[in-house]
Design a protein around this ligand. Structure first.
Ligand code: SAM
Length: 370
């Protein structure tokens, strides 16, 4: 990926259901925190006035990881407002496997859909980025997004010695921070415009917590350093070029808690002025299910490595593929991916201690004034 390449042009989780099958930890994050959304709906106290109740899951990928959260939330809404048709809108970027969302909702996968269990429910999808307007003004009751807002709209520059902004320093780090702040403000402003007065926005965001922890960096082997180490080794071994190494940058910014809340607390910020208020923020760490199973149950290092790598691959592969030159054929590109993740897997099998993709999130609940 060259600097300033738009994220929407290449980003997608691995398709055909691979994402939600491999990424059970993201489901745990949502299942564990569904109560925050239910509490927000209780505070919202929606009127049973026969109008459409619109909810959205932004950056939903294949929809499989959030299905049980939505079962609980939409059933709760159905009970509270029996006269209101419910509209549920899944959104993601244009390259997302939306067919998988529809197949999941309509019972054509092994995931149990909530759709047949809820009356007067209408499910739609949108391929419009959450950095843009998705809905007409004041038509959204409940906005939700999990583990997606860290994707920035484009990378501001290449990172010289790393693949992720957590390893960037100096001007490169600052450029990511600036892009992250701009995109966060834009995302919040668009949602504020779309929310009805009294509507709620629930965002479970990857970020950096008060102790400096972030995804895969909670005290053991640091996952993004491992990604960088193996990608660097492919360049040193001539499997990829120096330019490809340099052009590989996750289009992500991990915000700190103060970066998350800045536009919601500064009364001169356009988001605050537009009427979005912070109701709740907390950070949580959710343990890597594969590491936990390995440590507490099977203790088989080879099995751990085989089970662990797909969860990393499900969301990171698009970035590494995006760094490769366009002249490489699709078979060669896949061979490079297999070599890369294969090396990582071998390293985990040989020395499993400390490897874990623990999830670190900041959970925000916001209210639109009015
Ligand atoms: C790690 S996945 C999370 C999927 C699901 N929400 C979950 O928690 O399991 C991040 C998703 O955000 C999507 N995404 C990234 N940038 C986006 C944007 N600007 N607008 C909408 N979706 C975006 C990606 O395509 C991807 O499907």
């Amino acid at each position: 990926m060259n600097s300033r390449q738009s994220t929407a042009g290449f980003m997608a989780m691995k398709g055909a259901g691979y994402y939600s099958k491999a990424t059970i930890g993201a489901k745990h994050v949502m299942d564990n925190a569904a109560g925050l959304v239910l509490d927000a709906i209780e505070r919202m106290a929606p009127a049973d006035d026969g109008t459409i109740f619109r909810a959205t899951d932004m950056g939903a990928a294949d929809g499989g990881t959030s299905v049980d959260l939505w079962r609980r939330v939409l059933k709760d809404v159905r009970k509270r407002v029996p006269s209101r048709p419910i509209e549920m809108v899944y959104t993601d970027l244009p390259r997302n496997d939306f067919a998988q969302v529809f197949r999941m909702i309509h019972g054509q996968t092994d995931i149990q859909s909530y759709y047949p269990e809820i009356d007067d429910l209408y499910v739609f999808a949108s391929g419009t980025s959450f950095h843009q307007n998705i809905f007409p003004a004041q038509t959204l009751d409940l906005g939700f997004s999990a583990t997606a807002s860290h994707y920035i709209s484009s990378t501001p520059c290449n990172i010289t010695n790393h693949v992720h902004m957590v390893g960037a320093t100096g001007a490169e780090r600052e450029a990511f921070e600036k892009q992250g702040a701009n995109d966060w403000e834009t995302m919040l402003l668009q949602r504020t415009r779309e929310l009805k007065p009294g509507g709620r926005l629930c965002l479970f965001n990857f970020g950096i917590d008060e102790e400096g922890r972030y995804l895969g960096h909670t005290g053991g082997v640091s996952m993004f350093d491992e990604f960088n180490r193996h990608w660097r080794a492919l360049a040193d071994d001539g499997v990829i070029t120096e330019a490809e190494y340099l052009n590989t940058n996750f289009p992500q910014h991990y915000r700190t808690v103060s970066e998350f809340i800045a536009p919601l607390e500064d009364s001169s910020n356009p988001v605050y002025k537009a009427g979005l208020r912070l109701e709740h923020i907390e950070t949580r760490v959710v343990r890597c299910p594969f590491e936990q199973d390995f440590t507490e149950n099977h203790k088989d290092a080879a099995r751990f490595a085989v089970e662990y790598l797909p969860t990393l691959r499900s969301w990171s592969e698009a970035t590494f593929l995006g760094g490769l030159d366009a002249w490489r054929g699709s078979e060669e590109r896949q061979d490079i991916m297999d070599e890369f993740y294969g090396r990582y897997q071998k390293a985990v099998a040989a020395a499993p201690k400390g490897h874990a993709m623990d999830y670190v999130h900041a959970y925000l609940i916001c209210r639109k004034e009015g």
